[in-house]
Design a protein around this ligand. Structure first.
Ligand SMILES: *[C@@H]1O[C@H](CO)[C@@H](O)[C@H](O)[C@H]1NC(C)=O
Length: 279
C-alpha cells in the first residue's frame, strides 16, 4: 500500500484495536432481523439463528472495522439442510461497496455442504471460489476466520487457509478493499432457487425450523471511530502466509476445491480476470 492512501484513510477515519476480549454476543452484535428467530443465549456465549417458512434471521456487529482478524465458531444446520444458506460476511455500505463472503450452502443429509466464497471490491464481485470441507460442519463448532490487512485477505477454516486475495492494486490496478470500513453480518435464509445442486434440491419445510449456532466471536480489528495508533502495531497487520500455510492452502485447493472462477474459461471468454494470472 502506498504512503498516501494510508494517510488518507487515517484522516478520514480514526481507529483503534478493539479489546480482543471477545466472545460476548450481547457486547459485540445486534440481532438485526428475523422477529425473534435470532437469539442470544447462555449469558451472551451462544447465538442461534433459525429459519422457517415465513422468515430467516440475522445479526450484525455493532462495530465497523477497517482491517482485522475476525474469528467465529459456527455449527451449521444439521440433517437435511438443502436449500438453506448460512451467510457470514464483511460488507461496507457505500454504493461501490467492498465485501468479503463466506456462505455455507446446505445439502441433503449425508451430502456435503459447499463453502462458497467471494470478494467484492468497489462494487465488483464475480470472484467465486467454492470448497467442500474435510469434516462434517454440522457435528461440532468449527472456526471460520477472515484475515484482512492492507496486503491480503485470507479465508481460514480452523486455521487452515482456503483462499488468499492479494492486494494487486499497484501492480495490476485491481481495486483492493482498504478505505471503506466493513461491518460483520451473518444470516440464515432460504435460497432453494440456487443453493443446492444449483436449485434442483428444494428446502424440505417439514424439517423446519432450521438452526445454525455461533460461539466465540472475536474481532481483533481496527474499529471505526477510534484512535488508529494501537492498531498499527498488531501482528496481523503484516501477516502473510508462511511456507507451512501455503502448503495447507495448496492441499485444500487441490483436494477440496469445487469451483474456481479463475479456471472458468467458458464464463470469461474474453480472458480471465487479471488477478487470476500469476504475478
Ligand atoms: C450436495 O451434494 C451433491 C451430491 O453429492 C453435490 O453434488 C453437491 O455439490 C452438494 N452441495 C451442494 C450445495 O449442492
Amino acid at each position: 500500500m502506498s504512503c498516501c492512501s494510508q494517510s488518507i484513510f487515517l484522516l478520514i477515519f480514526a481507529f483503534v484495536a478493539s479489546s480482543a476480549a471477545g466472545g460476548n454476543f450481547y457486547q459485540e452484535v445486534d440481532v438485526s432481523w428475523g422477529d425473534g428467530r435470532g437469539k442470544i443465549l447462555n449469558n451472551g456465549n451462544l447465538l442461534t439463528l433459525s429459519l422457517d417458512k415465513s422468515s430467516g434471521s440475522g445479526f450484525q456487529s455493532k462495530n465497523e472495522y477497517l482491517f482485522g482478524k475476525i474469528d467465529l465458531q459456527i455449527k451449521l444446520v444439521p440433517g437435511n439442510s438443502a436449500g438453506t444458506v448460512t451467510a457470514y460476511y464483511l460488507s461496507s455500505q457505500e454504493p461501490n461497496h467492498d465485501e468479503i463472503d463466506f456462505e455455507f450452502l446446505g445439502n441433503l443429509s449425508g451430502d456435503p455442504y459447499i463453502v462458497h466464497t467471494n470478494v467484492y471490491t468497489q462494487g465488483k464481485g464475480n470472484r467465486e471460489m467454492q470448497f467442500y470441507l474435510w469434516f462434517d460442519p454440522t457435528k461440532d463448532f468449527h472456526t471460520y476466520s477472515f484475515l484482512w490487512n492492507p496486503s491480503r485477505i485470507v479465508f481460514y477454516v480452523d486455521g487452515t487457509p482456503l483462499r488468499e486475495f492479494k492486494n494487486q492494486e499497484a501492480t495490476k490496478g485491481i481495486p483492493y478493499p482498504k478505505s471503506q470500513a466493513m461491518r460483520l453480518y451473518s444470516s440464515l435464509w432460504d435460497a432453494d432457487d440456487w443453493a443446492t445442486r444449483g436449485g434442483l434440491v428444494k428446502t424440505d419445510w417439514s424439517q423446519a425450523p432450521f438452526s445454525t449456532s455461533f460461539m466465540n466471536f472475536n474481532a481483533d480489528a481496527c474499529v471505526r471511530g477510534t484512535d488508529p495508533s494501537a492498531c498499527a502495531s498488531k501482528a496481523w497487520m503484516n501477516q502473510q502466509l508462511d511456507a507451512e500455510s501455503l502448503n495447507k492452502l495448496k492441499w485444500v485447493q487441490s483436494n477440496y476445491m469445487v469451483y474456481n472462477y479463475c479456471t472458468d474459461l467458458k464464463r470469461f471468454p474474453q480472458g480471465l480476470p487479471p488477478e487470476c494470472s500469476a504475478n
